[in-house]
Design a protein around this ligand. Structure first.
Ligand SMILES: *Cc1c(COP(=O)(O)O)cnc(C)c1O
Length: 364
């Protein structure tokens, strides 16, 4: 990011735009031509994908079991869509059978879901959602903000039509860019009206990122440098190695937390590899624990969102922060913080359990 800036129309920048698209195709595991980062955070990617697929009055079914899927429904409603929400309790995945029933009752243009629901730590069965969308002739729109580059999401193989992410989660670039990809089914949708958002019109944006590199808006060039480098590092490590690293560190942390006598929030088969959620034990001040971790140990974890405020902690193990030594560091720091809250546990048990998981994998 501190490289000397290039102008947004400088011919020397163009190869970097093209490389960024090529790297993104690899990370999205897609042959889609359209793949580039929107100037903006994950929510800009969300809004772009919704306003480019939906026109006012179009029907969308949103699978909601957490904060970010709720946001999808809210953005779709503001875009004038006819929104139907299919819900599951927060901490569960939405039941594919419920989606099939809803789409069977009345056709929808789009089915939308989060892959990793960051508010609950739940990994949703997107592959099953894809089969249902195909069966009912709906486009599948997936939020991969908390999974791209950390959790396997083969866009083409699973039949995902349009997908967005964010630069600051499993890609570990600074916040400010939102990778998107869309297939030809999306790009060839007939439209009665131009896309409502000029800034987020994928067809216009692709004229800049792809050929002929025509001016649309001034891209934040330092952020392009950053995401280009983050994608290069992602591909250099390799997707399978990255997915395995995220899965291992999340299971080591989960084992460590359970060994301290804490209860994980997301049920075992649905636990996301990129965010671990754990219940706050009775009698413990959750905000004070987070503050202690931050001020005494330099570790930031998150509290619960919406109805889970005060009830859970959320630990992001995303991209560069998914490291075995950070898992062990957090468990040590957490022991100190929990002890000062008067919470009783077997000292050292968390570290020992996490180390066993890590050692078993390196022996394998
Ligand atoms: C973080 C996140 C978003 C929002 O991204 P911003 O970068 O904060 O705009 C959307 N969806 C999911 C699943 C997320 O984790």
């Amino acid at each position: 990011m501190v490289r000397p800036q290039l102008g947004h129309m400088d011919p020397d920048l163009m190869p970097m735009l093209e490389e960024t698209s090529a790297l993104l195709r690899r990370v999205f595991q897609t042959a889609n031509e359209l793949a580039f980062p929107i100037s903006g955070t994950g929510t800009a990617g969300m809004e772009a994908c919704l306003v480019n697929t939906l026109e006012p009055g179009d029907r969308i079914v949103v699978a909601v079991s957490g904060f970010f899927a709720q946001r999808i429904a809210e953005v779709a409603a503001r875009a004038g869509a006819d929104v139907e929400v299919v819900e599951a309790p927060w901490g569960q995945a939405v039941d594919p059978a419920d989606l099939a029933r809803t789409l069977g009752r009345r056709r929808a243009k789009v089915l939308a879901a989060t892959h990793v629901e960051t508010s609950t730590g739940v990994l949703q069965p997107v592959q099953e959602f894809a089969a249902i969308a195909q069966e009912h002739g709906a486009l599948l729109l997936v939020d991969a903000v908390a999974s791209l580059g950390g959790v396997d999401l083969p866009v083409d193989q699973w039949g995902i039509d349009i997908c967005y992410s964010g630069s600051q989660k499993c890609l570990s670039a600074p916040p400010g860019m939102a990778p998107v990809t869309a297939n030809d089914r999306v790009r060839r949708l007939p439209r009665a009206h131009p896309v409502r958002s000029y800034y987020l019109d994928l067809t216009l944006l692709w004229q800049y990122w792809g050929h002929p590199h025509a001016y649309h808006h001034t891209v934040p060039v330092a952020f392009v440098f950053a995401i280009h480098e983050a994608l290069r590092l992602t591909v250099e490590e390799g997707l399978p190695a990255r997915f395995a690293r995220h899965a291992l560190n999340a299971s080591a942390l989960g084992a460590g937390l359970e060994a301290l006598g804490l209860r994980l929030f997301a049920p075992a088969p649905l636990r996301a590899p990129s965010v671990v959620t754990v219940e706050v034990p009775v009698g413990v001040d959750e905000a004070r624990v987070r503050e202690r971790l931050l001020t005494d140990h330099g570790i930031e974890i998150a509290g619960g969102l919406g109805p889970l405020r005060g009830r859970i902690w959320r630990v992001g193990l995303m991209g560069h922060s998914s490291q075995d030594r950070l898992v062990l560091l957090l468990l040590t720091a957490l022991e100190t913080a929990l002890a000062s809250e008067g919470f009783r546990f077997e000292p050292g048990a968390g570290m020992a359990a996490a180390s066993r998981v890590l050692a078993a994998s390196s022996a394998a």
